[in-house]
Each structure stands twice: as C-alpha cells, then as structure tokens.
Design a binder for this molecule. Sequence first.
Ligand code: HEC
Ligand code: HEC
Ligand code: HEC
Length: 126
Amino acid sequence: MSLLTRFRGAALLLAVALAAAAWGVGAAQLAEGSKALEAKSCIRPADDMRRNHMEYIHHDRDLVVHKGIRDVDGSLAGCVDCHAGREADGSAIPVNAEGQFCSGCHEYTGTSITCFQCHRKVPEEK
Ligand code: HEC
Ligand code: HEC
Ligand code: HEC
C-alpha cells in the first residue's frame, strides 16, 4: 500500500468518524416523511452504509458516457426513492437540499457531490 493510499484511507476514516459524531452515532437521522422511516433497514447494515456507501454507488464518468453502466452495487434512484423527505402536503424534498438526508451529513464533512446534476434528487412520482 502506498503512503498516499494509506493517508487517504486514514483521512476517510476520520471524515466518517467526524460525520458519525456530529450526526449522532447509532441512530440514523432519517428524513421526515421519507419511506426510510417506515423501512426496517437499508440495502446493507447501517454502519456499513455509513462507511462505504460511496464505494457502492460510484461510477467512472467515462464508463457511463461510453458504455452505459450496469456494474454499480446499488441504484441511486433507489436511494433517493427511499431517503427523500416529504413536506406535510406530500411534496418531495430533494435529498441534497440543505439539512436533508444526503447533504445534511455531507455538510459536516465538507463533501460536495455532483451526482444530482444528472440524476433525479426526488423520487419519481408514479
Ligand atoms: C428501502 C429503503 C432504503 C433504501 C432503498 C436505501 N436506504 Fe439507506 N437507510 C434506510 C434505513 C431504514 C436506514 C436506517 C437503518 C438503521 O438505522 O438501521 C438507512 C441508513 C442509511 C445510511 C446511514 C445513515 C446514518 O445516519 O447513519 C446511509 C449512509 C444510507 N442509508 C445511504 C443509502 C444509499 C447511498 C442508498 C442507495 C444505494 C440507500 N441508503 C438505500 C433505508 C433505505
Ligand atoms: C454526467 C452525468 C452523470 C453524473 C454527474 C453522474 N452520473 Fe450516475 N449515471 C449517469 C448515466 C448516464 C447513467 C446510466 C443510466 C442508466 O444506466 O440507466 C448513470 C448510472 C448510475 C447508476 C446506476 C443506475 C441507477 O439509476 O442507479 C448509479 C448508482 C449512479 N449512476 C451513481 C452516480 C453517483 C453516485 C454519482 C455522483 C458521484 C453520479 N452517478 C454522477 C450519469 C451521471
Ligand atoms: C451518515 C453520514 C452520511 C450520509 C447520511 C450520506 N453520506 Fe455520502 N458521504 C459521507 C462521508 C463521510 C463521505 C466521505 C467524505 C470524504 O471522502 O471525505 C461521503 C461521500 C459520498 C460520496 C463520494 C463523494 C466523492 O467525492 O467521491 C458519494 C457519491 C455520496 N457520499 C453519496 C451519498 C448519497 C447519494 C447519500 C444519500 C442517499 C449520502 N451520500 C448520504 C457521509 C454520508
């Protein structure tokens, strides 16, 4: 393992630990009105998701553009469908809006993700 790899590993662990501390360890902070509040569990155990979700849903930009992508380990649309909160009137709140599920935690770690430039940030209404 290179020094750089090790450093990045340590930095990531620290980021996850800080986020977990700020976010409240153990009990997940689920969005008001989201399906996740009713669901028993995530697609994997919560502590695994907390640490590794970025690995499960990441894809290479070129892979998408040139070949399409089928080898990621979870669907981003699925995350959004279950984790998006709702207003009292039932309208969906974007998962990346301030304080919402994805961004609420990322704000603590200074993480910004560009995924929602292309992907839906609210559930698809049926
Ligand atoms: C069917 C609903 C559902 C889907 C789909 C789903 N989740 Fe979850 N997720 C949950 C629930 C429920 C929890 C809380 C579980 C617990 O506390 O044991 C959770 C927990 C998490 C956590 C930990 C949160 C915390 O505060 O510790 C992360 C991170 C997470 N999910 C990300 C994702 C991502 C990324 C996806 C898509 C790949 C996804 N989830 C898909 C329901 C879902
Ligand atoms: C430049 C546009 C673009 C950006 C930015 C982008 N994606 Fe994608 N993504 C796509 C396209 C196009 C597909 C292929 C859609 C399909 O296969 O139906 C895709 C597919 C996926 C899939 C599998 C299919 C699905 O609906 O879940 C996942 C998971 C995913 N992207 C996650 C991400 C994540 C996480 C990010 C941010 C780190 C991201 N994407 C950023 C364009 C993008
Ligand atoms: C419990 C806290 C927490 C929650 C909730 C959470 N994340 Fe994360 N996320 C993190 C941490 C910590 C990182 C790693 C930051 C770093 O690398 O410094 C991260 C990184 C990511 C990355 C990789 C960013 C990059 O630059 O490559 C993606 C993509 C991502 N998260 C997507 C999501 C999505 C989508 C959701 C909502 C469904 C979500 N996350 C919810 C804590 C969280």
